[in-house]
Design a protein around this ligand. Structure first.
Ligand code: ATP
Ligand code: MG
Length: 277
């Protein structure tokens, strides 16, 4: 099953503007974690907004869960995708964390008992269960984003779409968010789409799509992404430190079967590489 599919989609913001997406095709399988990377203006957020019906293509079709999105079913389809955006400050409506998660449920005819269950359940999923009575404004950036994820998960979406949801956070907040996303991936059968600039954030992705000027520039697994890392640098992506270091070491005669994606893998690869020298 495909969670999200774009078929020959054309989109531009207005008639005189250039096409952002032209003859664009992309199919994302259900229950996968997909990272979408790319330079500023490459079309990542446009893809996100088209997928949840905030924008409509001028031509082509978009399918969610193998069902074509139409003006008649757009509201129903939107329930299937939970979106979390960049700015943690813009995602709050409630005066407590509990109210905030409840807000999205209130207009959906969900009973009070069911609401309380979902609030507890989703706050637990993001590790924020002890903050139910806290005021959202006093939370750290990472905690705010985790509550934003809980609010979205409470609606039971099939797809969780994070558009640069970590980019405004400090290193600690980013780390918190990434481990939350990884734990959601393990706990839930849900499709996760993470849009990011940061190659350090994609290690848990099953698939990585790199966008360039509205086109798919690279479609790869995380392991194979760096096989030709110069083209990633050529479109302005900064390599993770471990990959950059491994690349430098190659100049010194070391060789790597897979580029190391974290410190542990680096040390391991260095041992293996060194013993071959
Ligand atoms: N509301 C808008 N009106 C007109 N043009 C827009 C609008 N939003 C985006 N664009 C243009 O569409 C193109 C794609 O933008 P988009 O926001 O999808 O890129 P992005 O990959 O998300 O970039 P970033 O990394 O900066 O978030 C860019 O050329 C951008 O200038
Ligand atoms: Mg964007």
């Amino acid at each position: 099953m495909a969670a999200i599919e774009f078929r020959d989609v054309y989109f531009r913001y207005h008639e005189e503007a250039p096409w952002v997406l032209k003859h664009f095709n992309l199919k994302m399988d259900s229950n996968q974690t997909v990272a979408i990377l790319g330079h500023n203006g490459s079309g990542k957020s446009t893809i996100a907004k088209l997928a949840n019906g905030l924008l409509q293509p001028q031509a082509g079709e978009i399918y969610i869960d193998d069902r074509k999105m139409t003006p008649a079913n757009i509201w129903e389809m939107r329930q299937k995708i939970g979106m979390v955006f960049q700015n943690p400050e813009n995602q709050f409506v409630g005066t407590t964390v509990r109210d905030d998660v409840a807000f999205g449920l209130e207009n959906r005819g969900i009973s009070r008992d069911e609401m309380l269950v979902r609030i507890q359940e989703t706050l637990q999923q993001v590790g924020m269960e002890s903050y139910e009575d806290h005021e959202p404004y006093h939370l750290s950036g990472g905690q705010k984003q985790r509550v934003a994820i809980a609010s979205v998960l409470a609606i039971h979406p099939q797809i969780l779409l994070l558009d640069e949801a970590t980019s405004m956070l400090d290193p600690r907040g980013k780390k918190e968010m990434l481990s939350t996303i990884l734990s959601l991936k393990k706990q839930l059968s849900i499709t996760i789409v993470m849009i990011t600039h940061d190659l350090n954030e994609i290690t848990m992705a099953d698939r990585v799509i790199v966008m360039k000027d509205g086109q798919i520039f690279k479609d790869s697994t995380t392991d194979r992404l760096y096989d030709n890392q110069f083209d990633l640098q050529s479109i302005g992506l900064r390599l993770p430190l471990t990959v950059a270091l491994a690349t430098e070491l190659e100049q010194q005669g070391y060789s790597f079967t897979n580029y190391p994606l974290d410190q542990e893998e680096l040390i391991d690869a260095l041992w293996k590489s060194h013993s071959k020298m």
